[in-house]
Design a protein around this ligand. Structure first.
Ligand code: F6P
Length: 332
């Protein structure tokens, strides 16, 4: 392998820059040429490449987002788009790819390999932490800390006004961020797609807390949660608003709704994310150099390991329901 390319794709995550830096510098250290691809798979199709040197990745480690830019690319979902991408790579004599992103990025890179034979190694970068094959994805720790900071602030005003707050956290199909943030923030209820919780139960908990003289309530809701709130839902609004309305009408509590949204995706990466990203980015390049392909690097326990992307895409990362239960016990 003489020349490789690095790209970031899908939703950005804090720590992606540290992963790019590690991949680029490991490649240069080993005598490879490295090309940066702008805007993920869209940039592959367009041939939006630039040669990277060690200075190209200076001063980016502490920054959130991805300096290579990211995009969700519809054209790449089609075989024709992937063919164009492979042609660009061959034209520039690029022999392998490092793909940093979430499940959609893995799927795209795997299709490119199967149809066009372009070897790749993927690095898990998403705040959702919804990828099997790694205990943590890059960006999860920073997002957790951002959520906790927001909840701390909301708690201040919630207490002053004796209010119930519904706080929506990201996670289209996974409640991982929500359940962990619930435990770390001491939330009073946590609603996640993986666990059915009925509105009646949540309201009962809130009424009991009111009797105990609790001044405020924090309820975390994962973006992808539907539960039995759906019937009252206006499809144009976030589920959190429907939940808020329902709780207010059933309990009479003064209720407010906050959608944390993309705030959770920004910010300077934590030490944990920078270290994880540096280790995974470096290992990804080593694997490409060893002639491997279709693997995702990840952290299992304390060890950096790699697993087959095909297997990862077949599975769903199971949420630790003991944490959900522990949160219930601790919030009585
Ligand atoms: O995949 C990460 C994620 O943050 C999800 O939790 C969220 O649903 C989605 O991205 C939002 O994506 P976009 O920025 O494209 O709206």
């Amino acid at each position: 392998m003489r020349k490789i390319a690095v790209l970031t794709s899908g939703g950005d995550a804090p720590g992606m820059n540290a992963a790019i830096r590690a991949a680029v510098r490991t490649a240069l250290y080993n005598g490879l040429e490295v090309v940066g691809v702008r805007r993920g798979f869209a940039g592959l199709i367009e041939g939006d490449f630039f040669l990277m040197e060690t200075g190209s990745v200076s001063d980016i480690m502490q920054k959130g987002g991805t300096f290579l830019l990211s995009a969700r690319c519809d054209e790449f979902l089609e075989p024709e788009g992937r063919k164009k991408a492979a042609e660009q790579l061959r034209k520039h004599s690029i022999e392998g790819l490092i793909v940093i992103g979430g499940d959609g990025s893995l799927r795209g890179a795997e299709s490119l390999y199967r149809e066009q034979g372009i070897p790749y190694i993927s690095v898990p970068g998403t705040i959702d932490n919804d990828l099997p094959g790694t205990d943590y994805t890059i960006g999860f720790d920073t997002a957790m800390n951002t959520i906790l900071e927001a909840i701390n602030k909301i708690r201040d005003t919630a207490t002053s006004h004796e209010r119930t707050f519904i706080i929506e956290t990201m996670g289209r199909s996974s409640g991982f961020l929500t359940v962990m943030a619930g435990l770390a923030s001491g939330a009073d209820a946590v609603l996640i797609p993986e666990k059915k919780a009925e509105i009646e139960d949540v309201c009962q908990t809130l009424m009991e807390r009111q009797k105990q003289g609790r001044l405020h309530n924090i309820i975390l809701v994962a973006e992808g949660y539907e539960g039995n709130f759906r019937t009252n839902r206006d499809l144009n609004e976030s589920n959190a608003f429907a939940i808020g309305k329902e709780i207010a009408s059933r309990t009479g509590q003064d209720t407010r709704v906050i959608i944390l949204g993309h705030l959770q995706r920004g910010g300077s990466p934590t030490a944990m994310d920078r270290i994880l990203a540096s280790k995974l980015g470096a290992r990804a390049v080593e694997l490409l150099m060893e002639g491997k392909t279709s693997r995702m690097v990840g952290l299992k326990g304390n060890a950096i390991q790699d697993s087959s992307v095909e297997d990862i895409l077949k599975k769903k990362k199971e949420i630790d329901l003991d944490i959900y239960k522990l949160n219930k016990i601790l919030s009585i």
